[in-house]
Ligand binder design. Structure first.
Ligand code: ADP
Length: 462
């Protein structure tokens, strides 16, 4: 979103500058691919360390990088070390990022300051809180929740280190059941809150999905909005995708079969007819992967094949590996993260299975639509908002784009799969479903329009 929305906002006359942490990969990329980064500001002492703010144009994106090696130059992931454990100073790292954003809003850079600040998730959520207590206290802010399961909660002992006044440690700001909640504080202080689909915006008002923040969000209902994400339509285009075996488009679907063949070879599938189902996912409870594992035998018995790409929970990884050894030639599993293979799966499989228990937006169903890979999704969050179920009315009206099911149980999924097999056996109806999906607008255009309208509204009010 941070890489796509700024470009989609340009036609609306909105210039967006994006502040990123100076992770090694960020510094490496801006070094390699961009006009040289320029130091435009910095701190002698940002939470105990010197830091620079670099500015660079990266393929049309106006990027600011917080170059603070002591905080961000690490060998593990963005949030966890090589052993998979949270960095113990995560609160300091992302307080530093948030404080930098707030300082920029307050005029830190001599020649530029924004009219509005839009921040994402708990890592940047302290920005509106810092702004409330600084020179930019009147500037509108938007906080986007990408997944409310991740809240950035820390013990009360971190509070004195955050450089916030004592009144920030109250229920109106970061105090959260005696702890410090970064996302919680941001949700209190931001002028407006968005999340990445309208259904998820409703769901997080309930105890089942709100993860403890449902009361606060209900109190802030008038400032809460759901706007669905788009996809990068250049990277995900079956006409030009370099990772697939044969290019194709909605009016040249014959060549799609070459991708199915390549995929079959890759996964060692038997050369028998029948649909290939795919999964490209974190293998976790959120994604309903335990439910999917329970339905594998049904898929195989019904004449289907299953290609899985993912990694995650070791118990689930083993369940899929087990299924592959039980069903050689029918079930194939590739563990790990493999971007090129994820493209071939969308181009070569007939349907992608997404049985998530909750899904703020979801991207793989949007890629599926674009690639004629029919999404079979749980009726939740962004999945519910982006896929039109192939029920009789929708089929008759020729608007269906996939299959939805509920509840997320093995029986629920099996019932959906029964409908999938039945329609797959009607080639004309199946082709119509694919064509309808490929016509869906999955670009950032419409969403950018909505964000532009939101910003304008806030600026007028301000
Ligand atoms: P989430 O962000 O909750 O994991 P999304 O559907 O929003 O789920 O985004 C997942 C993204 O990661 C998609 O772009 C998907 O293609 C990609 N992805 C997930 N697992 C893999 C994998 N094992 N290999 C390659 N890409 C993956």
């Amino acid at each position: 979103m941070a890489g796509a929305l700024p470009l989609a906002l340009k036609p609306h006359g909105i210039r967006m500058r994006t502040l990123l942490p100076g992770y090694p990969v960020v510094l490496q990329k801006i070094g390699q691919n961009s006009t040289k980064a320029e130091r435009i500001g910095g701190f002698d002492n940002l939470f105990g360390h010197p830091a620079s703010i670099l500015a660079v144009d990266h393929h049309g994106l106006d990027i600011l990088v917080l170059d603070a090696p002591a905080l961000f130059d690490r060998e593990g992931g963005p949030y966890v070390d090589k052993a998979g454990l949270d960095y113990p100073d995560n609160f300091r790292r992302f307080a530093a990022l948030s404080l930098t954003a707030a300082e920029i809003a307050g005029g830190l850079l001599s020649d530029w300051k924004p009219d509005l600040v839009h921040v994402h998730d708990w890592q940047a959520a302290l920005t509106p809180v810092y702004m409330r207590f600084g020179p930019a206290s009147g500037m509108p802010t938007v906080l986007t929740i990408h997944n409310i399961a991740f809240q950035g909660q820390f013990g009360p002992m971190v509070f004195p280190e955050l450089a916030l006044p004592p009144e920030a440690f109250t229920v109106d700001y970061v105090e959260y059941y005696g702890d410090v909640g970064f996302l919680k504080g941001g949700l209190q202080a931001a002028t407006a809150i968005t999340t990445v689909s309208p259904s998820y915006a409703q769901e997080i008002l309930t105890p089942e999905f709100g993860m403890g923040l449902e009361g606060l969000l209900t109190a802030r209902l008038s400032g809460l909005k759901g706007i669905v994400n788009g996809i990068d339509a250049d990277v995900w285009d079956p006409r030009t995708d370099p990772h697939i075996a044969a290019p194709y488009s909605a009016d040249k679907m014959k060549r799609r079969a070459e991708n199915k063949l390549a995929l079959s070879k890759h996964f060692g599938f038997d050369a028998i007819p029948g649909p290939i189902f795919s999964v490209v996912s974190r293998l976790t409870w959120q994604k309903g992967m335990d439910v999917l594992a329970e339905t594998i035998d049904y898929i195989v018995e019904s004449g289907g094949k299953l290609a899985v790409l993912g990694s995650g929970d070791p118990v689930l990884e083993n369940a899929f590996l087990d299924a592959a050894s039980r069903h050689p030639g029918r079930v194939g599993v590739v563990m790990g993260y493999n971007e090129p293979l994820s493209h071939l799966l969308q181009a070569g499989s007939d349907a992608i299975l997404i049985p998530s228990r909750f899904e703020p937006c979801g991207l793989t169903q949007l890629y599926g639509l674009r690639y004629g890979c029919v999404p079979v999704v749980a009726r939740t969050g962004g999945l519910a908002d982006t896929i039109i179920d192939a029920n009789e009315a929708a089929l008759a009206a020729r608007v269906a784009t996939g299959f939805q099911f509920s509840p997320v149980t093995a029986d629920g999924l099996r019932l959906a799969l029964r409908r999938v097999f039945a329609l797959y056996n009607e080639p004309k109806a199946w082709a119509r479903l694919q064509a309808q999906g490929m016509k869906s607008d999955v670009s950032w255009e419409k969403s950018a329009e909505r964000y532009a309208a939101l910003y304008s509204g806030l600026l007028v009010k301000g």
